[in-house]
Design a protein around this ligand. Structure first.
Ligand code: ANZ
Ligand code: ZN
Length: 806
């Protein structure tokens, strides 16, 4: 029997698909549209390993099935080509990032094509090309014009090894995400996008999208909405006030001191009256060096220094209280000052013990005992020692006290968000230049749209400078320019944009990738967007996914688009592990797709990626599993040989027909619900069944091939051709099932206790032992017999009876 020569066959179909535009989207077709999007990769020199291919395989199977179901599918791919990984790789090898990126793209594109992934390569985009970043710069201008982009001096997280500013998200455990060096705090002029203006909408609109709950929770936490009260504390003997923000105004009678952030401006005003200012100044200087994460770390001691000679007044009872500076108070959250309530906040409790401050209990638990005075009692309860508010419960007290303060103009309700504005400045070469010009007369002048793109000059010396300046600052003929307004001599901004800006709008560009005038035409945007299904790794839970949502809302507000959420449905594929660790180049435990292509073929790889476990769960790659999938495909191939050798036409036996329709139903629904592994299992059962029969029905076999096509497209095409068809199988209709035939047969299951019939139930014929047991135990008639008794054994005869031995 001739073997299946997958290598030749796979190559052959990859060429035919490309030539016949089988997987290209149609801008004018009247068929219902579907936009299925993968998170685009950054072109790393290392290429892809089989772990990367899991998500791509999943989206590809869905896209292919949807094409067969009659949808006009947009399934594009491109390159997130700017940024640190590409640049670091270039720095390491000494070759210009443009060249290394180009090489990496060529390599990865080859890997994707060899995987049989059906992308519309006509729409390929590359964020590092001028025709793309022209519109990244346009996006910047739109935000600038809308007052959503601004520059300010800001303390930033700086990595002295990568020589660049890092976003808050790129700092992990006080270390740089990329190189693991310690992160420092520095003050630099930075560009920001005002994402904080959108905090409430970013939060609220999570309710209208179909995303995994864990990702929504992460976004909610990241946005961090907090409702509370701002209270004004008078500074004694000065006409100055300190505003604090608290979520626990019910504890105000227990406030025995205040703490200010080291950067709080009032310290400067009080300078000459602070008796120990020298020590205070020293403390502040030290604090500014630390990173935010260091300052907030739970396990770190909360330090502070008293402002000698300064006192404030608690507005609720006129109590005179001391004021401290403490580095665990952040200047850029809420008001940058807090009231200390040591009896009801553990952090304050430790602080007060250390500083020998008064600790006043003002909340008792409703029931049970308080952990106070061993530690702070942090929950809601009943107020005590709180004047007229004593006896109220915390929630009521918060309302009443807020009202009381508000009436006297001493406080008001307030809402704050943890979310910060998005710092988009990078002092790096490999990014889109920020389209701003500085003129001594006109100040910050945006580059006019007609002058875009501001081309990133091709330079040899692309190493970071380390002074907090971009390498572009060294390129004289880039920096020197004319002011767009007054035509006088001016200088360009030399920072480039965070690559998350490039990837915050790329899904628009696929709809109209060659448009030179607009980021995408309105017509094409409205044809394709929003994205119906977005697939990628859960590591993008906050940054990319939040920035993309933000940008979509901005473009919506500016009237460019008519929807305000970019991704209707999100799916995160599970991580692949190998030899006990997450598969990754740095751990040295990668399986290269090339190895699988050569030895087993792309279809085997695809099938295994899908079969290895539930698609959204982490799974271990097993070499044995790959072999199993390979054998399965060979078996399917052999069926075709058998069919060919057979002379007479056969009719399918009715049992098999039922199985076929059940399988069609199952595979269809399973793919719809990302249950690829069970879809494949049912195909395996079907194949075994066909194999058992003496003869094979052609129509029957054709249906099997169609069901297999999205997962093993090369084999399916080849079989389809061998079955005598001229067209690609992806031009065929997805099989339909007959509900009557697909219906589970029902049987009467007898339930016995100690061999005596006690009940009967109608169940599906294929019921498992576990399910039968669960059902049987829940029956009233059975409960009566087994209640309080130990079940020693359960006998199950499929399709007939279940017997409990007690
Ligand atoms: C008094 C109090 C008593 C507090 C108590 C808590 C418990 P969220 O918004 O949920 O994180 N806080 C306010 N501003 C701060 C800043 N800039 N830096 C550090 N901490 C700050 O919690 C708000 C609470 O965090 C506020 O409520 C304040 O401490 C602290 F029994 O005020 B609380
Ligand atoms: Zn000017």
């Amino acid at each position: 029997m001739p073997k299946y020569h997958f290598q030749k066959v796979e190559k052959k179909w990859q060429i035919i698909w490309q030539k016949n535009k089988i997987f290209e989207a149609n801008d004018i077709s009247k068929k219902p549209k579907l936009y299925i999007l993968d998170m685009f990769p950054y072109p790393s020199g290392a290429g892809l390993h089989v772990g990367h291919l899991r998500g791509y395989t999943i989206s590809d199977v869905i896209a292919k099935k949807k094409i067969m179901e009659g949808y006009n599918v947009l399934h594009p791919m491109g390159w997130d080509a700017f940024g640190l990984p590409a640049e670091n790789y270039a720095i390491k090898t000494g070759i210009h990032p443009q060249i290394t990126t180009q090489r990496a793209i060529k390599n990865i594109k080859g890997q994707l094509i060899r995987s049989g992934l059906g992308y519309d390569w006509q729409r390929e985009i590359n964020t590092s090309k001028p025709d793309y970043y022209k519109f990244t710069q346009w996006v910047f201008l739109k935000l600038f014009q809308a007052n959503l982009a601004y520059k300010k001096l800001a303390p930033v997280n700086f990595c002295s090894c990568c020589k660049t500013v890092l976003a808050r998200e790129q700092v992990i455990d006080e270390k740089c995400e990329r190189c693991s060096s310690e992160v420092e705090k520095r003050e630099l002029e930075q560009w920001f996008f005002k994402i904080t203006d959108y905090a409430e909408r970013l939060l609220k609109d999570l309710d209208k999208i179909d995303w995994p709950e864990n990702i929504k929770v992460m976004q909610r936490n990241w946005i961090g909405k907090s409702e509370g009260t701002v209270i004004k504390f008078q500074i004694l003997n000065f006409n100055l006030q300190i505003e604090v923000f608290t979520t626990r105004v019910d504890t105000i009678f227990g406030c025995t001191y205040l703490v200010l952030a080291p950067e709080h401006p009032i310290i400067e005003n009080l300078k000459s009256h602070i008796l120990n200012f020298k020590s205070v100044e020293k403390y502040i200087k030290e604090a500014k060096k630390k990173t935010e994460i260091e300052r907030l770390a739970e396990d770190k001691e909360k330090t502070g220094i008293k402002l000698e000679g300064i006192f404030a007044e608690n507005p609720i009872n006129g109590k005179k209280i001391p004021v401290f500076v403490g580095d665990y108070i952040l200047i850029d959250y809420a008001t940058g000052a807090v009231m200390g309530v040591p009896a009801h906040d553990q952090r304050d409790f430790i602080f007060a013990k250390k500083q020998n401050l008064e600790i006043l209990e003002v909340i008792k638990p409703k029931t049970g005992n308080s952990p106070f005075p061993e530690r702070a009692f942090e929950e809601d309860g009943i107020l005590i020692n709180s004047g007229p508010f004593s006896g109220l419960d915390s929630q009521r007290a918060r309302e009443e006290i807020a009202k009381y303060l508000e009436k006297r103009n001493l406080g008001k309700k307030a809402v704050y968000y943890k979310l910060r504005d998005w710092c988009i400045s990078r002092q790096r070469y490999w990014g889109a230049p920020i389209p701003i010009v500085y003129c001594s007369k006109c100040g910050q002048v945006p580059v006019p749209e007609k002058d875009l793109p501001v081309i990133l000059p091709k330079i040899k010396d692309f190493l970071p400078t380390g002074e907090g300046k971009s390498p572009l600052a060294k390129v004289k003929n880039f920096v020197k320019t004319k002011c767009p307004k007054c035509k006088g001599i001016a200088e360009r901004e030399t920072d480039t944009m965070d690559t998350f800006v490039c990837s915050s709008w790329y899904y628009f560009r696929y709809t109209d990738p060659k448009n030179e005038k607009e980021f995408a035409s309105r017509k094409k945007i409205e044809k394709w967007l929003p994205v119906d299904l977005y697939i990628g790794g859960a590591e993008h839970a906050v940054m990319h996914l939040l920035y993309a949502r933000f940008l979509t809302k901005v473009l919506y507000d500016l009237g460019y688009i008519n929807f305000d959420e970019p991704f209707l449905k999100l799916f995160n594929q599970g991580t692949i592990y190998y030899k006990g660790a997450k598969m990754s180049k740095s751990k040295g435990n990668v399986v290269s797709p090339e190895y699988i292509f050569e030895k087993y073929g792309a279809d085997t790889m695809r099938l295994y990626e899908l079969f290895m476990g539930p698609a959204d769960q982490a799974t271990e790659w097993q070499d044995k599993g790959v072999v199993g999938c390979y054998r399965f495909l060979q078996k399917v191939w052999k069926l075709q040989e058998k069919l060919k050798a057979q002379k007479s036409k056969v009719k399918i036996e009715s049992q098999n027909l039922k199985l076929l329709h059940k399988t069609i139903k199952k595979v269809t629904e399973d793919i719809e619900n990302f249950r690829f592994n069970t879809a494949i299992s049912s195909l395996m059962i079907l194949v075994n069944e066909i194999e058992k029969g003496k003869q094979i029905d052609k129509k029957f076999f054709e249906n099997l091939v169609k069901l297999l096509a999205p997962m093993a497209p090369h084999l399916a095409e080849e079989l389809w051709q061998k079955l005598g068809h001229k067209n690609s199988i992806f031009k065929e209709k997805w099989p339909k099932w007959d509900e009557k035939l697909a219906k589970e047969e029902m049987i009467t299951l007898v339930i016995q206790v100690n061999g005596k019939v006690r009940d009967k139930i109608e169940v599906e014929a294929s019921i498992s032992k576990e399910k039968a047991e669960r059902l049987a135990i829940s029956r009233e008639k059975i409960k009566k017999w087994i209640k309080g008794k130990e079940i020693k054994k359960v006998v199950f005869i499929p399709g007939k009876l279940i017997n409990f031995v007690i």
